[in-house]
Write a protein that binds this ligand. Structure first.
Ligand SMILES: [Zn+2]
Ligand SMILES: [Zn+2]
Length: 411
């Protein structure tokens, strides 16, 4: 059986993507982990995972997404009437409620991107399983890597759980076929994110080359292949991304996105996220009102989830990114490992903030019983969703190696 941990040559020279330190990693035994000696980032993990298992896992997620996207996720009933929510009905309800941009964003994040992501991963693993190495394999895996941060099936599962608990408290709610498939896909893809190592797939696509010791290397920001700096400006031989020593205009782009995040943050929390029309009376709900309602209904654990995902994470991301930008500007050389860890956390947790817009989107088709009660998205939803998007983009445009460059006086 072909193992994903297989690597040639036996030792590899790598440049840490977070701090830029060039170091040599020996061949790893199964279960071993190689960490950056300077910032602690995991550089390579020897996964006890065969290509066949990785392919089976990825195919399972892909197959589960078909029923999850088609069949109802949940149902709610009052005497005489049953309402079901599918992903498509949640998105079209947001659209017909007058929020086309929100509907398009939700459609991309919960319907299209998870599906494209699982399909591309399955395709790449199926091809890597053979001896065929077409030219487009690297670029396709590059797209898969870019999409995976934006595909949020597990976030949708958490949002669905909150909606289900709230629904069950008011009417009778049931998880339906699509919901069970989505839960399974969410759990399997979360486990998969832990056991799957992109580095080993890159090695299968095109093994690392030896770079002469002492030659100042340039490292690909996508597949982390390192080449002599004379290759700067050329496409990476593995993923075709143009090789750059550092991300272009990283500080100014990140700064602009962080400022946009602060500007959007305040309307997102000040204005109502949704409103409910019940027997002719209108009740508006900001994110904080939603948290209070969950506490009052004794769902304190759901309230904590919403507080962490919707309030703490976006704010800490903005403050954290500001700290990193100011550090580079001031050429600070303290707390370097901590700053790099903060960057890594910001990069990976951002998508969890999508919980709140998803809660509203799923509630609209589920909890709207005509003539009795209807749920609608409100003015804060769009700035809130944009805060999540701009902070995720800011984490992508920021180059953490700049922190180390200025600390060491290299720029
Ligand atoms: Zn490092
Ligand atoms: Zn590359």
């Amino acid at each position: 059986m072909k193992l994903l941990s297989h690597r040639t040559p036996a030792t590899a020279v790598v440049a840490c993507p977070d701090c830029g330190a060039v170091q040599r990693i020996p061949a790893l035994d199964l279960g071993d982990l190689a960490e950056c000696r300077r910032c602690g980032r995991t550089l390579e993990r020897s996964a006890d995972l065969s290509l066949t298992v990785a392919l089976a896992w990825s195919t399972t997620v892909l197959l589960l997404l078909f029923p999850a996207n088609i069949f109802p996720l949940m149902s709610a009933s009052v005497p005489g009437r049953v309402h079901e929510a599918t992903l498509a009905s949640a998105i079209s309800a947001v659209w017909s409620d007058g929020w086309p941009v929100m509907a398009l964003m939700l459609g991309a994040f919960i319907l299209v991107l998870p599906f494209v992501w699982a399909a591309l991963r399955t395709l790449v693993l199926a091809i890597v399983h053979t001896d065929w190495r077409p030219q487009w394999l690297g670029p396709v895996f590059r797209i898969e890597q870019a999409i995976q941060l934006w595909a949020i099936p597990e976030v949708l599962v958490v949002a669905g759980f909150v909606v289900y608990m709230r629904t069950a408290a008011q009417t009778s709610g049931h998880v339906e076929t699509g919901g069970w498939c989505l839960i399974a896909a969410g759990i399997i893809s979360t486990i998969g994110r832990r056991i799957f190592t992109a580095e080993t797939v890159w090695q299968e696509i095109l093994p690392e080359r030896e770079v002469p010791v002492g030659a100042s290397p340039v490292s690909c920001e996508v597949c982390e292949m390192i080449l002599p700096s004379s290759h700067e400006g050329e496409p990476c031989p593995r993923c075709r991304r143009r090789l750059r020593l550092r991300k272009t205009d990283s500080l100014s782009r990140t700064g602009a996105l962080v400022v946009a995040g602060y500007v959007l943050y305040f309307p997102a929390y000040y204005y109502p996220m949704s409103y409910t029309v019940r027997m002719g009376s209108v009740q508006e709900r900001t994110i904080m009102d939603g948290v209070k309602l969950l506490f009052q209904a004794n769902f304190w654990y759901l309230a904590v989830i919403v507080i962490i995902a919707s309030i703490c994470i976006p704010f800490l991301k903005l403050v954290g990114m500001s700290w990193l930008i100011v550090s580079v500007h001031r050429r600070a050389d303290t707390h370097m490992a901590l700053k790099t860890r903060v960057y890594r956390a910001i990069h990976s947790i951002g998508r969890w903030s999508y919980v709140d817009p998803l809660i509203v989107a799923l509630s609209i088709p589920l909890l709207s019983f005509s003539g009795f009660v209807s749920v609608h998205m409100d003015i804060a939803a769009l700035p809130f969703a944009l805060v999540v998007v701009v902070t995720m983009l800011a984490a992508r445009t920021f180059d953490p190696r700049l922190l180390w460059d200025v600390a060491e006086g290299r720029t």
